[in-house]
Design a protein around this ligand. Structure first.
Ligand SMILES: Nc1ncnc2c1ncn2[C@@H]1O[C@H](COP(=O)(O)OP(=O)(O)OP(=O)(O)O)[C@@H](O)[C@H]1O
Length: 228
């Protein structure tokens, strides 16, 4: 279970969230640009600190302003996948995947490679990979750190449509097989319906709905996303 109860002032926007997120499956964070989606996952990752509140993951406190606890991002056991892959160009794919793994015997390297279809890329360098392949390597690297939660911030947004579709198929498989919670930021209704079980709907920093995807899609808020 991921428990979030935070307040954070972001310029003109007051971000407020009070959420209990189950320990498995994909929870999407959806909303228009500037609604606070990235800020919410950055509070979980520790890249941003709340002005008030707490975040607990499976009973472990990541941050608690009342208790004066604030774990550094690298102590939170979090896997983070950004819009761009952020890999090291001077390392091979294998070097990128192994980066940051403390105990190589503790991870199921082969299963993760297979899940993401990147077994054949190990010796390659970034310049020879497509955008979709780079993102698959970035996801592999995040999973190999044995995280307790995976945060994904619009991982498809930098890709063209054919690559989006290709990566979406891998993400669908991942969402069914990985046994940790995934927080997935998106603006895309297609990604919501393909991947997410639940949606947090943000508007101007406030949670205006948190429910199953189908219930949220029926809400009046979504009329702006439907074809006229
Ligand atoms: N450090 C900051 N200082 C001031 N304002 C900030 C800061 N970080 C974010 N904001 C503001 O907070 C609001 C939420 O930003 P955030 O990036 O979380 O939104 P978002 O929903 O992820 O947007 P997008 O979809 O465009 O990435 C925006 O209005 C942004 O300008």
């Amino acid at each position: 279970m991921l428990e979030i109860n935070v307040k954070k002032t972001l310029g003109e926007t007051q971000l407020e969230a009070d959420l209990q997120i189950p320990a498995r499956g994909v929870t999407a964070i959806f909303g228009v640009s500037g609604s606070g989606k990235s800020s919410l996952i950055n509070l979980v990752s520790g890249l941003l600190n709340p002005d008030w509140g707490y975040i607990r993951l499976n009973g472990k406190t990541l941050v608690d302003t009342d208790k004066g606890i604030c774990l550094a991002p690298n102590k939170r056991h979090i896997g983070y996948v950004f819009q761009d892959a952020r890999l090291f160009p001077h390392y091979s794919v294998k070097g990128n995947l192994y980066y940051g793994i403390k105990d190589k015997s503790a991870v199921n390297f082969d299963a993760i490679l297979k899940l993401l279809g990147i077994e054949h890329l190990l010796k390659r360098y970034l310049f020879s990979l497509s955008g979709g392949e780079k993102q698959r390597v970035a996801i592999g690297r995040a999973l190999l750190s044995s995280p307790d939660i995976l945060l994904m911030d619009e991982p498809l947004s930098a890709l063209d449509l054919p690559r989006k579709r290709e990566l979406l198929a891998y993400l669908e498989k991942l969402s069914q097989e990985v046994e940790i919670p995934i927080l997935y930021v998106t603006h895309s209704v297609d990604e919501l319906t393909a991947l997410a079980e639940r949606v947090i709907l943000l508007d101007s920093g406030k949670v205006i709905a948190y429910d199953d995807v189908q219930n949220v899609l029926r809400s009046p808020f979504f009329s702006k996303w439907k074809p006229q």
